[in-house]
Design a protein around this ligand. Structure first.
Ligand code: DON
Length: 580
C-alpha cells in the first residue's frame, strides 16, 4: 500500500466513535441544546413532531446564523399508525412588490443586494410552519413545546467556536444593522462591534417575548400586530419591499412527498419547490440501475457514474425547476423509470461529459464568483449554513425537518424590538436566469423572481423505509449546505444501505459533490484517497479539494433489533442522543 494511501486509511479509521443504541426514540440536531429539548419532549410523552419542533425552535435561538422565526423550511412527517407520510412546506415567498429584475443594476446582478439587508428578505414562514405542524401532528401544547426556546432566549446561550467564526465572516453585514450588531456582536477594543469571544453569553429578551406571545396567541402574534409592523418598518427603512400585507397573507402548503426507491427501500423526499428531492431520487435511481455498488464503495467507476448522474440531475434542475404554482414542471417524466434509464444510458463510462455540452451557460467566474471559494466577498465557502433535525420516536413516528434563514445570519437585519432575524432567501431565485447565485448555482427561467413565488431550494429532508415493510421508517436524515445538500443526503443513504456503515460513520464519511456548474468535482478533506482522485482525473474530471461541508443529521432504526441510533456530523457542533 502506498504511504499516502495508508495515511488516509488511518485517518478514516482512527478516532471514530461507534453509534450508541437506544431502545426508545432518538434525535440528531446541530446543537446540544436543541437535541436536549427534543428529548425532553419525548420524555414528557410528546411524539416526533413535538420533539422536532422544540428542537427547531431552540436552534433558531442558539444558532441564529442558521435558522429562526425569520426564515422558513420543509419537513417530512411520517405517522407510524396510519403509515402516511406528509410534507409541510413553510418556505418563504417573494413579497408582492418583487419584480423579476429587482437585483439588476444596468443589466447586471448587483453583488450583495440579494444577500445583505432589507431587499434580500422574503416573507418568513417558520412561525406559521411550526405552529401548524404542532396543530396537525403534535400531542403537546405549544406552550410546552416552545418553553425550551423561550428559556434559551431569555437565559442565553454561550458563543461556540462556530458562532464566532461565522460572526467574523458576516461582520460587515451584521455591523450594518444596529439591532443585529447589538444582539449578535460585542464592543471590541476601540468600541467597534466585533464577533464575541467564545464562551460569551448571548441573551435575546425581545425574542423570548415574541416566542412567548406566539405560544399564547398563535400565528397572529407574528403575522399581525406588533411583530408584523416591526418587520414592515425595519424592512422599509432599509429600502426593502416586504409589507405587513405580505405577512398577513402568508400560508404554509401541505404536499405529498416525492417517492423513489433504492436497493428495494422506499425513499420519501421533498418535492418542488425543492430541487433537492428530485436529484436524490434521480441519482439513487441511476446508481441502482448501474450496479450493486454505490458511491460508498469508492470504486472509481462507480464514483464516475455517481458524478455523471449528479451532473445530469442538476441540468434538469436548471432547465425545469421552480415553484410548481408558477411553472409547469414535467415531474412525472423527470422521475420516471424511463428518464432515469436515459440518464444512465447517456453516461460515457470512459469519459466525463463536459457540463457545457449538456446545457450551455455562463461560467461562475464571468458572474464574478470563483468556483467554490469566496462565495460572498471575504467569506469561506463552508456551505454549512441552514440546519436539520431528525427524529424517530419509540412508536416509529419520524420527522425530517430542514430549516434556514439562507446565508449566515440571513439578511443580517433584525426587526426592531422583536428579536426576529430576517432571512435573505430571495438569493435562491435566479436574479438573472442562468447566472450563478451565492452557491455558484445556476438556475433557469423557471426560477425567475415573481410576486408570491417560492424561491427554488436544495433542502432535502428525506425518509428511507424498511425493505420488508415500506410503511415503517428506518432512516430520517437531512443536511444544510445549499447546493451540496442533495449529494450529502445521497451519500449518507449509500453509506448506510450499500456500505453497511453505522449511522455515526455514515454522516462522518468523506463526501464528493458536483452540481453541473462549476464543472468540477468538489472533494472534502477525507473524501477520496489519492489514487482514486487520480483515477477520476484520468477520466477527465477536474477535482477541487476543500474543507468539509454540510452537517448531516440522521437517525437510524436497525430493522433487525428495532434499536435506534443517531449520528450528528462530526464536522460540526451538533449532538445526537436518544431514550432508553
Ligand atoms: O433553500 C436552500 O437551498 C438554501 N437557502 C439553503 C441554504 C444553505 O443550506 C446554506 N448552506 N450553505
Amino acid at each position: 500500500m502506498r504511504r499516502e494511501t495508508l495515511a488516509f486509511v488511518l485517518l478514516l479509521t482512527v478516532n471514530t466513535q461507534a453509534a450508541r443504541p437506544f431502545r426508545g426514540g432518538a434525535v440528531a440536531t446541530a446543537h446540544p441544546r436543541a437535541t436536549e429539548a427534543a428529548l425532553a419532549m419525548l420524555n414528557r410523552g410528546g411524539g416526533a413532531t413535538d420533539a422536532a419542533v422544540a428542537a427547531a425552535l431552540v436552534l433558531g435561538v442558539a444558532a441564529p446564523y442558521h435558522s429562526g422565526l425569520g426564515g422558513g423550511g420543509f419537513a417530512l412527517v411520517h405517522e407510524a399508525r396510519s403509515g402516511i407520510t406528509e410534507v409541510i412546506d413553510f418556505r418563504e415567498v417573494a413579497p408582492k412588490a418583487a419584480t423579476r429584475d429587482m437585483y439588476l443594476r444596468e443589466g447586471k446582478v448587483a453583488p450583495g443586494l440579494s444577500t445583505d439587508g432589507a431587499l434580500s428578505v422574503a416573507v418568513p414562514g417558520a412561525a406559521r410552519g411550526y405552529l401548524e405542524l404542532l396543530g396537525r401532528k403534535g400531542r403537546l401544547k405549544p406552550a410546552v413545546v416552545m418553553a425550551p426556546a423561550i428559556q434559551a432566549a431569555r437565559k442565553g446561550f454561550w458563543v461556540t467556536p462556530k458562532y464566532r467564526t461565522i460572526a467574523q465572516n458576516r461582520l460587515d453585514c451584521l455591523r450594518a444593522d444596529p439591532e443585529a450588531s447589538r444582539l449578535f456582536l460585542r464592543p471590541g477594543a476601540q468600541g467597534v462591534m466585533e464577533a464575541p469571544a467564545v464562551g460569551e453569553l448571548i441573551t435575546q429578551p425581545e425574542l423570548a417575548r415574541t416566542l412567548e406571545e406566539l405560544s399564547r396567541r398563535g400565528p397572529s402574534a407574528f403575522y399581525e400586530g406588533r411583530v408584523a409592523s416591526a418587520i414592515e418598518s425595519t424592512v422599509k427603512e432599509g429600502g426593502g419591499i416586504l409589507t405587513s400585507e405580505d405577512l398577513a397573507s402568508y400560508r404554509v402548503r401541505w404536499r405529498q412527498p416525492l417517492e423513489g426507491s433504492y436497493r428495494g427501500h422506499r425513499v420519501a423526499t421533498m418535492p418542488p419547490p425543492s430541487a433537492g428531492g428530485l436529484a436524490v431520487v434521480q441519482v439513487l435511481g441511476v446508481l441502482e440501475r448501474a450496479g450493486a455498488r454505490g458511491p460508498s464503495s469508492r470504486e472509481p467507476a462507480v464514483l464516475h457514474t455517481y458524478v455523471e448522474a449528479v451532473r445530469r440531475a442538476y441540468v434538469d434542475r436548471a432547465r425545469y425547476l421552480g415553484d410548481p404554482a408558477f411553472v409547469e414542471i414535467p415531474l412525472p417524466k423527470l422521475h420516471s423509470a424511463e428518464h432515469i434509464s436515459q440518464m444512465l444510458a447517456s453516461i460515457d463510462p470512459s469519459r466525463a461529459t463536459p457540463s457545457q455540452k449538456l446545457l450551455p451557460a455562463p461560467l461562475a467566474a464571468d458572474a464574478g464568483y470563483t468556483p467554490w471559494t469566496d462565495v460572498l466577498p471575504g467569506a469561506k465557502a463552508e456551505r454549512k449554513n441552514t440546519t436539520h433535525v431528525s427524529v424517530i420516536d419509540r412508536e416509529g413516528n419520524a420527522v425530517a425537518l430542514t430549516t434556514t434563514v439562507n446565508y449566515w445570519f440571513g439578511s443580517c437585519l433584525v426587526a426592531r424590538g422583536t428579536g426576529v432575524l430576517l432571512n435573505d432567501e430571495m438569493d435562491d431565485f435566479a436574479a438573472a436566469p442562468m447566472t450563478p447565485n451565492t452557491y455558484g448555482l445556476v438556475t433557469g427561467e423557471a426560477n425567475a423572481i415573481a410576486p408570491g413565488k417560492i424561491p427554488l431550494s436544495s433542502m432535502s429532508p428525506t425518509l428511507v423505509f424498511r425493505k420488508d415493510d415500506p410503511k415503517k421508517a428506518m432512516l430520517a436524515l437531512g443536511s444544510p449546505g445549499g447546493s451540496t445538500i442533495p449529494t450529502t443526503v445521497i451519500q449518507v443513504i449509500s453509506n448506510v444501505l450499500d456500505g453497511q456503515m453505522d449511522v455515526v460513520r455514515a454522516v462522518g464519511a468523506g463526501r464528493i459533490h458536483h452540481q453541473y456548474l462549476p464543472d468540477a468535482i468538489l472533494v472534502d478533506k477525507f473524501g477520496l484517497e489519492p489514487a482514486t482522485l487520480r483515477a477520476l482525473e484520468a477520466l477527465g474530471h477536474a477535482v477541487t479539494r476543500t474543507d468539509g461541508w454540510g452537517d448531516a443529521e440522521a437517525v437510524l432504526i436497525d430493522p433487525a433489533t428495532g434499536l435506534a441510533t443517531a449520528g450528528s456530523d462530526p464536522r460540526n457542533e451538533g449532538f445526537a442522543s436518544g431514550q432508553d
